[in-house]
Design a binder for this molecule. Sequence first.
Ligand SMILES: [Zn+2]
Ligand SMILES: [Zn+2]
Length: 438
Amino acid sequence: MVLYSPGRTSSYPEEAVKEGLRFHYLGGGNEVGNVGCILEDATGTRLLLDYGLAPTDPPRYPNEAPKVTDCIITHSHIDHLGMAPWLASHHSTRLHGTALTGEIARPMWNDCYKVSRIEGYPLSWDKRDIDEAVDLWQAHGFDEKITFHNWKWRLLRAGHIPGAAMVNIETPTHRILFTGDFDTRDSGLVNGAEPVKCDILFIEGTYGGRSHPPKQHEQQRFLDRVTEVVGRGGTCLVPAFANGRTQDVLILLHKSGLNLNVHIDGMGKFLAKLYLEHPEYLRSSDDLEAALAWAKKVSSKSDRKKALDADVIITTSGMLDGGPSIWYVNRLRDNPENAILLTGYQARGSGGKKLLDQGKLPIFGTDTPIDLEVDQFTFSTHSGHDEIINFAQQCEAKHVVIYHADPVQARPPLVVALEAQGHTVHCPINGESYTIVD
Ligand SMILES: [Zn+2]
Ligand SMILES: [Zn+2]
């Protein structure tokens, strides 16, 4: 099924920009994920930043992009690059990002395609379009200076996950920083993002209004829980996102020094190997390499059966939506000594959310009661409320555009705090255009 029907034009305005900088969110302006943002100035220079889809149930897609010659992809999460194959096949758009993001892109697109087929969700691009997108990828290192018409731009470390970048753009009128998903705090995998002086700051506000618990405190709570479950003879099932969380949790367990038998399954083990091919994007490739060598990698059916006797199993899907994690739950659920330790956000409609709210999980199409202890831990690699506010202050941004934020819960507290700090705050709505002149 084609979502963007032939002949239908984009919501993007056809009029030229008269002065200053125009920004227009195709998606992600007033929601989390699904990001696509067009920047254009009076000289007609135009860039698209990210083009993703939100892997919710059902997925959300951004508005149709107008013709763009170049798109910068901040990082390899599907909500930032899921629609790039469409751009590649329809507009032959050059895709820019770090080398690591480019390498992870293909497995992410393959997985997205596979899920859309299994779940029966429409996707406006086809498997062949992935090849075109891969061919159109242009890799750039951090701080490499790129000239694009009369603009200059560069990628800067964003924290968050390996290879994730912020985009710093200089136009004749404005200095711009676009954070992508970012975290100023170090994680096991990556060092945190650093502020850059700018006139306009586009900042993701996922955690607006929420403060993260101190990282060490949360990590200790997790390790204590693992120790307790293993001590009583149980197995901890740790559902974790493949791209970042799996490896972060693995490093944490390895560094803890606990005597554990840890098995790792799902796409996360493959992505860990890709990370190791690009050590320049890691805080410590030695830490990841050692942790990966320490864990047992599940790569066959018999490995999977053996993993049922492990102390800890780390696997996808992180939201218990299919993948090996469901296979494991189905086999571990009869022994109440086992436990499920969730390590990430559980979206509405996800298996993990149902488990938390109703104690049930859809297993092979049937809602099944799960009588295991379930715990949730905050291992987020997005900046929390305080980090967002401090970052904007250190950037000395005149204008702050809040995006990638829930407009009801997360954005209002950010607006209050940012205005109190003296910034002019913008709250974009998808499909609307805004111009900043001063
Ligand atoms: Zn995101
Ligand atoms: Zn992300």
